[in-house]
Design a binder for this molecule. Structure first.
Ligand code: KIV
Ligand code: ZN
Length: 527
């Protein structure tokens, strides 16, 4: 990452930390590892892999990423206390290049209402936290949380002190998405004038999207001297989300003559990475979302289509291929061979190992027997779901029956990884309700259904239906999704995926309200 190009912007991805923290976006450890590998292929410079002190499960995920993912710096978040910092260190230390990211709120609102700490106490805790982190690793980032609502003088004082204590990256968060491009420019300009040693550190920016300005604010900060942008795939994150990686990167690339800045992102991997994160988290990308939305490169009106036919630059400022969107209406069917399948998978931007490819091809063949034509959406769905069925429970068989005017019934036969087999019947308002009830009884886990939807993956009467199930369990939301040409089957599989997710996160579960924001006790606990 060490680049001597003064115009190189470091892309710090926090999909696995700030993104994963948002409701309904939780990922299992294998999913986090898969996303981290995709982020490395995308070319991000730093992966914030998680908040190791949040739970044992988070710690283990960060450690697995630190051990297995090569390329980016692997970073762990920590509050300003010894336990957090040591846990972050333990989790990231096996990565060849690792970082501890220490944060502490500085604004009057947070000092008074959340921390109940005086300015002098904040200053002391921040310095001690950074010093401790610096005694463990060379690469330490510090964030004054809620910086954009902090008195500028105090902000400069804290930042000067943590630089002296050894921080090498200073991140300025707009934690609540409150600032504006012009105001944020002034914050950076002020810091550059008033912070001692600022020329020795990388200035970073971290914006939330509450007023829809996260990308604009991040770009303003970059113009004002920030050389690290913190962002997430698809802009997922707390509340309205974080700065979207694909948007900020493509803004820098498309308007390079204006910004004069560059990144190391392989932009053709943006679309596949976006699809992977959306599939894993269940956070649908809106059709009109910039860069990766389904309509981002679609031209519907006659005038636009006419212009596009004359020259694509009339209505297109980026080429879809530049972001890895290479969809065609090329159709595969049951006579398509392994080579054609593999080529299409590659053209769509996915690289599968031999074993995964073989399994996906088998599934492709099975699907081609049920469905006349297979579109890009079908192939993508097969590839993105590859490797997702780790259990512990699996459906071996499902029978349902429904007659109008009478209760529906379902019988499910489940198999557990430990060898157990359970057959269970139930009745319900419809066959899907009955199947869900049978699964709950068979697995012994009752959940509260929050939402359930079925949508078609592609066009056509024989299109596959994707079922998405959201439930609440112990105050946390979980989701599951599955696809099939039979929507009762996809619904049952999606429901079982939710149950599996709950069971597999139980051991390392993070408390219902993960205490990300430090309270006075956790900060004061001797650093
Ligand atoms: O939004 C925020 O302030 C954060 C910090 C932990 C950097 O996520
Ligand atoms: Zn944040």
């Amino acid at each position: 990452m060490a680049s001597h190009d003064p115009n190189r912007v470091i892309i710090f991805d926090t999909t696995l930390r700030d993104g994963e923290q948002s409701p309904g976006c939780s990922m299992t450890p294998p999913e986090k590892l898969r996303v981290a590998k995709a982020l490395a292929d995308l070319g991000v410079d730093v992966i914030e892999a998680g908040f190791p002190a949040a739970s044992r499960g988070d710690w283990e995920s960060v450690q697995a990423i630190a051990r297995e993912v090569r390329g980016p710096v692997i970073c762990g978040l920590a509050r300003c206390n010894r336990d957090d910092i040591e846990k972050a260190h333990g989790a990231v230390k096996d990565a060849p290049r690792h970082r501890i990211h220490v944060f502490l709120a500085t604004s009057a609102i947070h000092r008074e209402h959340k921390l109940n700490m005086a300015k002098s106490e904040i200053l002391k805790a921040a310095v001690e936290g950074v010093r401790l982190a610096r005694s463990l690793v060379e690469d330490v980032e510090f964030s004054p949380e809620d910086a954009s609502r902090t008195e500028l003088e105090f902000l400069a004082e804290v930042v000067s002190a943590v630089i002296e204590a050894g921080a090498s990256t200073i991140n300025i968060p707009d934690t609540v998405g409150y600032t504006t491009p012009q105001e944020f420019t002034e914050v950076f300009q002020y810091l550059k004038r008033h912070v001692r040693g600022i020329e020795r550190v990388v200035l970073s920016v971290h914006c939330h999207n509450d007023l829809g300005m996260a990308v604009a604010n991040s770009l303003s900060a970059a113009l004002a001297g920030a050389r690290q942008i913190e962002c997430t795939i698809n802009g997922i994150g707390e509340r309205a989300g974080n700065c979207s990686l694909e948007e900020v990167v493509m803004a820098l690339k498309t308007r390079e003559s204006l910004y004069g800045l560059n990144t190391g992102i392989h932009t053709t991997r943006l679309y596949p990475t976006s699809r992977l994160v959306s599939t894993i988290t269940g956070m649908m990308v809106p059709r009109n979302k910039a860069i990766v939305g389904e309509n981002a490169f679609a031209h519907e009106s006659g005038i636009h289509q006419h212009g596009m036919l004359k020259h694509h630059s009339t209505y297109e400022i980026m080429r879809p291929q530049d972001v890895g969107l290479s969809r065609t209406h090329l159709v595969l069917g049951k006579h398509s061979g392994r080579h054609a399948f593999r080529d299409r998978v590659r053209e769509l931007g996915y690289e599968l190992g031999e074993a995964e490819l073989n399994r996906a091809f088998e599934e492709f063949k099975a699907l081609a027997d049920k469905k006349k034509e297979l579109f890009d959406g079908d192939i993508e769905a097969l590839v993105l779901r590859a490797g997702g069925d780790g259990g512990p429970w699996h459906i071996d068989a499902l029978w349902t029956s429904a007659t109008s005017g009478a209760a529906a019934s379902a019988v499910v036969r489940l198999r557990h990884n430990d060898g157990r087999a359970v057959e269970q019947g139930a009745t319900g308002d419809g066959p899907i309700d009955a199947a869900f009830k049978a699964i709950e009884t068979a697995t012994g886990l009752a959940v509260k259904l929050h939402s359930f939807e079925v949508r078609s993956v592609t066009e056509g009467e024989d299109a596959q239906g994707e079922a998405i199930v959201n439930v609440v369990h112990n105050e946390r939301s979980y989701r599951g999704a599955s696809i099939s040409t039979n929507i009762i089957e996809s619904s049952a599989h999606a429901f079982l995926e939710v149950i599996n997710r709950i069971l597999s996160t139980r051991s390392g579960a993070r408390p219902a309200h993960a205490q990300l924001s430090a309270d006075a006790a956790t900060v004061r606990a001797a650093v």
